[in-house]
Design a protein around this ligand. Structure first.
Ligand code: DGY
Length: 320
């Protein structure tokens, strides 16, 4: 192992992360902070021992096949790893880590913001006041859906799902969840387990997605599954755009079967889906679930902890 491994930071991570990285690594920055196309990733793999990519850098099987053997580890600055073909990376002998735990609360906060904003018509209300169009009030004006005491369906009860459930309990929500495996009674805190998505959906006045994007979860919300939600339910997605058939969600939002949605993740990023922008009942954010100062530092430090362990010959905590 080199004394001072060369580490590429393809995106602008926090200043504290860069400062700490410089203590132990020869750091190569991407000053432009743009998304690296496959050719650049492949070219850089011959110049560095390690990379700290984000979900924006795509390591498909094609890219992985062309990576230089100098590259030893991808210490992802993300919990999601759907941008990495893990099987191909494993076969190539490249270690891969991620950053679980540290972003759960920040992401759950954004899910809460989206749920409240969608339910209480934040987009319409803000626009109405901001544009000076607010010239009317009555008890029937801008009536939304109450979150407190409603039933929330959580898809994926991992770390983020559980952090979201903790916050939802503060709103006295009745928590239902679908997960591959049931949590222990202590971790459930009274939440109701559903062993299929189909059993969860009819209960969900609100539905929040917190599972990873995999071939099995692709488009798990589609015309058929959306139809199983109660009329007027509200959908929140802070996980990945791949989980939702966006055309089907738009149709459900237009028909009113889904009364509103809060969306932080889209099939196409950056950019999102312009068809959502025509709908007042959609509250959107640009994939900023984990974007707080504290969490960005924690993600960078967790990625560095993984790198440090690897280059000291130990097993990184978050080795996948
Ligand atoms: C993650 O960590 O997966 C977030 O989506 C940010 O990349």
């Amino acid at each position: 192992m080199p004394d001072r491994p060369v580490l590429w930071l393809p995106r602008r991570v926090s200043d504290a992360t860069v400062a700490r990285a410089r203590q132990d690594y020869d750091v190569v920055l991407n000053e432009a902070d743009d998304v690296s196309p496959p050719e650049r990733i492949i070219e850089m793999s011959a110049k560095v021992d390690a990379m700290m990519p984000c979900h924006s850098e795509i390591f498909s099987a094609d890219v992985v096949a062309k990576l230089d053997p100098r590259l030893k580890i991808l210490a992802n600055h993300s919990v999601g790893t759907d941008h990495c073909d893990l099987e191909a990376l494993r076969a190539k002998g490249i270690a891969v880590t991620n950053t679980p735990d540290v972003l759960s609360d920040a992401t759950a906060e954004i899910a809460m913001l989206l749920m409240l904003g969608a339910a209480r018509r934040a987009v319409e209300g803000d626009r109405c006041v901001r544009t000076g169009a607010w010239d009317f009030w009555s008890p029937s004006f801008m009536v939304g859906k109450q979150v407190s005491g409603a039933k929330i369906g959580i898809v994926g009860m991992g770390r983020v799902g559980q952090a979201f459930a903790r916050k939802a309990r503060g709103f006295d929500m009745e928590i239902h969840y679908f997960n591959r495996s049931r949590l222990s009674e202590a971790d459930e805190h009274g939440a109701v387990y559903h062993d299929t998505l189909e059993s969860l959906l009819p209960e969900a006045d609100f539905l929040s997605l917190h599972c990873p994007a995999t071939p099995e979860t692709r488009d798990l919300l589609n015309a058929e599954t959306l139809a199983k939600l109660p009329a007027g339910s509200i959908v929140v997605n802070t996980a990945r755009g791949a989980l939702v058939d966006e055309d089907a969600l738009i149709a459900a939002l237009k028909s009113g079967h889904v009364s509103a949605a809060g969306i932080d993740c889209f099939k196409v990023e950056p950019g999102g889906n312009p068809a959502f922008a025509d709908l007042d009942n959609v509250f959107m954010l640009p994939h900023i679930g984990s974007a707080t100062v504290r969490t960005r530092d924690a993600m960078g430090f967790r990625a560095l902890d993984n790198l440090d362990a690897f280059f000291r010959g130990k097993t990184p905590k978050d080795l996948l």
